[in-house]
Write a protein that binds this ligand. Structure first.
Ligand code: ADP
Length: 627
């Protein structure tokens, strides 16, 4: 029984087909190659047993057509005849059909005739000798034993479809290795019984490993009931059920569908047509593969090559939905098994998206790691540079202290000298006959005041030299800080003959910064200003003024009556190492700018109306929103 036999039409026709047929083709051994000698395209006639709606034959026929057109570059004449023998099985019809074909092809004898299915084969083989023409005959779609029954002459070549049920049984065993029961289902028609007997012989060895039951001579209802009661550790093999015990006829796949619907164990079958009807799958011949094999035989025949019987290739085919239904793992499938209705896995379906997404995530992760690393590096560098800055500021403080040391020493001398004079005066008073105690008390008070003055000078000096390991954030009044700076500078200003005046802002100017650093800014600018007022004969005035700007910032301006800053140098003076002094370092203003900018401020230089320089330091208020 061949794949084409899966149709009720075929079976019906087989039972009725008679012996009266017209003679179609006369076999001439040298038929093939005729086209070459006549220098024309080869002619191939495909005989279909039914009409064009029977998929089994049309799918195979289309595969033949596609392969032949492709291989010959479309230089081939292809003819198709749908014999419709299922609906017209009577002898008269076949006579008329044969006569019709004789007439139709009298001037165009085919080089090769392909008979698809048993009926077509029988039609051709029975009547070939009475029809003029030369043709190689290829039959396809049934098995060898059917061919023997047809008594095919030896030069008729077949593409046979052998159904060895053991291959399907092996597939079932691989998929369900724990199964202990085997059920084999077969119908009650003549063919069904023959198939069952063949299967029993084929499975003789295989079935030894199982508790085997052959389900035969049952009605469809009994088949359904038996299948519903299969133990779970069972595999079942469905052969054909063209007829059940009650004589009801079926298209086998429809009977299989009824049985698999409520079966309690997986059912396998050797036909691809069962796949969509509840069968898990089996070792099957597909109509496409059959057609392609027939086309290859035809091409060989057309090229004059000797051809012999072949077997159409078999494939293991399974229905992925049934694997899922029965919990059968696709890992157990033999290599090369074709899975129908397989839902691609997420990765298979969206592999490109998944690839892009994972690439993006990987890239992002790499970027994030680089950025984190970079941030860490930057933080380390910032800490490093802050420490360097603090070092530089401290060096700058030391240099300032050095520059002011002479005046500070001089300033310190005054209270010390006064203390000494007062002490001497007190001892004189004490040595008198009648010491004036009130006077002595006054002298001691003066000594205490002078001591306080000396103490203030020393503590300012200490403040000037204070070294910071880290910035100390404080809130302080910029005007008060300016007043302290003036006190430090006062001695030096007196020494240089410079008049210092200051105008503090009316309101407190609270800023947030390290006091010692801002004081250093004031000292740097003020000492520069004093340096700029060395010219003899000119009035020397240093003015410090604090005020609140219109945009609510604290501003300190330091102006002098010196020579001013040359045009075009207003920016250059803030660059490191820019100096016009013989013993200058060129670092004072550059450090001042760095400090001011560290606390969010700005520093600017210009020349005033009287020609002297004016430096303005602007700092944000500690609590700007309070204004
Ligand atoms: P240094 O005082 O060691 O030269 P600074 O950075 O403090 O370094 O000053 C850089 C230069 O800016 C000074 O050499 C001077 O030419 C100029 N400068 C600074 N302050 C004034 C000022 N008030 N008047 C004129 N020029 C000034």
């Amino acid at each position: 029984m061949g794949v084409l036999r899966n149709s009720a039409c075929l079976r019906q026709w087989l039972t009725r087909v008679g012996g009266i047929c017209l003679l179609l083709f006369v076999t001439v051994p040298a038929a093939v190659g005729q086209a070459l000698t006549e220098n024309r395209s080869p002619r191939v006639l495909v005989l279909y047993p039914y009409d064009e709606r029977i998929a089994a034959t049309t799918v195979a026929g289309e595969a033949i057509r596609a392969r032949l057109l492709d291989a010959t570059g479309a230089k081939i004449d292809l003819f198709s005849e749908f014999l419709d023998l299922a609906r017209f099985p009577d002898e008269d019809y076949m006579d008329r059909m044969a006569q019709f074909l004789v007439t139709k092809y009298s001037g165009r004898s085919p080089d090769v005739v392909i008979a698809l299915g048993e009926q077509s084969a029988k039609f051709v083989v029975t009547h070939r000798a009475t029809l003029a023409g030369v043709a190689k005959i290829i039959v396809a779609g049934f098995n060898k034993s059917t061919a023997l029954k047809l008594k095919m002459p030896p030069d008729v070549i077949g593409a046979f479809t052998e159904f060895n049920i053991t291959k399907t049984a092996e597939l079932a065993r691989r998929l369900h290795p724990s199964a202990r029961h085997l059920f084999v289902l077969g119908g009650s028609s003549e063919f069904d019984r023959w198939w069952l007997e063949t299967a029993k012989a084929d499975l003789a060895e295989f079935s030894k490993d199982y508790d085997t039951t052959y389900l035969e001579d049952l009605t469809i209802e009994e088949f359904v009931a038996q299948a519903a009661a299969f133990p779970p550790d069972s595999i079942a093999l469905a052969l054909t059920i063209f007829q059940d015990r009650s004589g009801r006829n079926f298209i086998p796949r429809d009977a299989i569908k009824q049985i698999t619907a409520t079966a309690s164990a997986p059912i396998f079958g050797p036909y691809s047509t069962y796949i969509d009807y509840g069968s898990v799958g089996g070792n099957v011949v597909t109509f496409e593969a059959l057609g392609e094999s027939v086309a290859d035989l035809t091409l060989d025949a057309l090229h004059g090559k000797p051809i012999t019987h072949i077997q159409a290739p078999h494939f293991d085919v399974v229905d992925a939905r049934q694997l899922k239904r029965w919990g059968l793992s696709e890992r157990n499938l033999p290599p090369g098994t074709f899975q129908m209705y397989r839902q691609p896995t997420f990765l298979e379906q969206y592999w490109l998206t998944a690839l892009v997404v994972s690439a993006v995530i990987t890239l992002q992760s790499v970027f994030i790691i680089i950025l984190l690393f970079e941030r860490r590096r930057r933080r380390t560098a910032e800490v490093e540079s802050r420490h360097r800055l603090l070092e530089v500021i401290h060096l700058n403080q030391s240099a300032t202290a050095g520059a002011l040391s002479a005046s500070i020493a001089h300033e310190l001398n005054q209270p010390l000298g006064a203390i000494r004079s007062n002490a001497e005066a007190a001892s004189i008073v004490l040595r008198s006959a009648c010491p004036d105690l009130k006077l002595i008390e006054q002298i001691l008070t003066d000594i205490q005041d002078d001591d306080q003055r000396a103490h203030d000078i020393i503590s300012r000096m200490r403040g000037l030299l204070k070294k910071r390991a880290e910035i100390e954030w404080q809130e302080f009044d910029l005007s008060e800080l300016t007043a302290t700076a003036i006190k430090i500078l006062k001695g030096e200003a007196v020494r240089r003959g410079i008049e210092v005046s200051s105008t503090p802002a009316r309101e407190p100017l609270l800023v947030r910064a390290d006091k010692v650093h801002v004081q250093q800014v004031v000292l740097n600018i003020a000492i520069n200003a004093m340096d700029a007022m060395t010219k003899a004969g000119k009035e020397r005035k240093l003015t410090l003024e604090t005020r609140l700007t219109k945009d609510a910032k604290a501003e300190l301006s330091i102006s002098d009556s010196g020579e001013g800053i040359p045009d075009g140098k207003f920016a250059a003076i803030f660059e490191p190492f820019y100096t016009t002094k013989p013993s200058g370092t060129g670092l004072g203003l550059s450090i001042a700018r760095t400090i001011v900018e560290t606390y969010g401020g700005r520093i600017m230089a210009s020349n005033g109306g009287d020609g002297g320089a004016v430096f303005r330091v602007i700092l944000p208020l500690a609590r700007a929103e309070a204004r």
